[in-house]
Design a binder for this molecule. Structure first.
Ligand SMILES: C[S@@+](CC[C@H](N)C(=O)[O-])C[C@H]1O[C@@H](n2cnc3c(N)ncnc32)[C@H](O)[C@@H]1O
Length: 205
């Protein structure tokens, strides 16, 4: 029997209790624990695409030990507290726009990112195949962004909806662009959800 959908599940309650803006915080925590080499360098430059409401940013701040963190979203991200542990820039913009890319590079002082995270999700239409294809398009854009904004040997964590086009994207477009590439579904992703994360370690440029 499938479990009932429960928006107020354990992770939701934990997020509220621990002051995270969304339950997604636990997905990123789990990813960083499972793949510790994603974020080893002190003072990394990190781009978080699709950052609203900001729980990935909270976790990245805790884990990054300084550095510069840039959060971008179509929606306005509410400022984080003044004692945020890294230099932070919040941009309301579309990751498909070149102005957004320029603003990110400007903040990083024309240096590239050590780590890019993307939790971007399309506005869901309710039609599974359409939503999954849109998620692939977002990820194709993430790879384009890597070309202009990710350092050689940098790392990527990106969310994708697994569907019929996934395998082709994974094999033909994603896997070989990194020294090591893995798929991972954190326990904090809902059981019935088709979402999972692609982990790219060592961008070949
Ligand atoms: C699941 S939410 C992100 C949650 C966030 N990672 C957190 O931890 O709080 C997905 C976000 O992707 C954003 N998004 C979708 N398409 C985008 C685009 N083209 N450019 C920027 N953000 C986008 C949406 O506005 C939405 O806020």
């Amino acid at each position: 029997m499938p479990k009932h959908y429960n928006p107020n599940d354990t992770y939701f309650r934990q997020a509220q209790k621990q002051g995270y803006r969304a339950r997604s915080a636990f997905k990123l925590k789990e990813i960083l624990k499972k793949f510790p080499t994603l974020l080893t360098k002190r003072k990394s430059n990190i781009l978080d695409a699709g950052a609203c409401p900001g729980s990935f940013l909270q976790v990245l701040g805790e884990e990054s030990r300084g550095g510069k963190i840039c959060g971008v979203d179509l929606q306005k991200i509410k400022p984080l507290p003044k004692n945020y542990p890294a230099e932070l820039c919040l941009i309301q913009g579309d990751m498909f726009d070149t102005e957004t890319e320029e603003a990110i590079l400007g903040f990083f002082g024309d240096k590239k990112a050590d780590l890019i995270t993307s939790d971007m999700a399309p506005k869901t239409s309710g039609i599974k195949s359409v939503d999954q294809w849109r998620s692939i398009e977002l990820n194709q854009r993430v790879l384009e962004i890597c070309e202009s904004l990710l350092k050689y040997n940098g790392n990527l964590v990106t969310k994708i909806f697994k569907g019929e086009d996934f395998e082709e994207f994974w094999v033909d477009e994603f896997r070989d662009r990194f020294e090591k590439a893995k798929t991972f579904k954190p326990r904090a992703c809902r059981d019935r959800s088709v979402e999972m994360f692609l982990i790219g370690i060592g961008w070949k440029g």
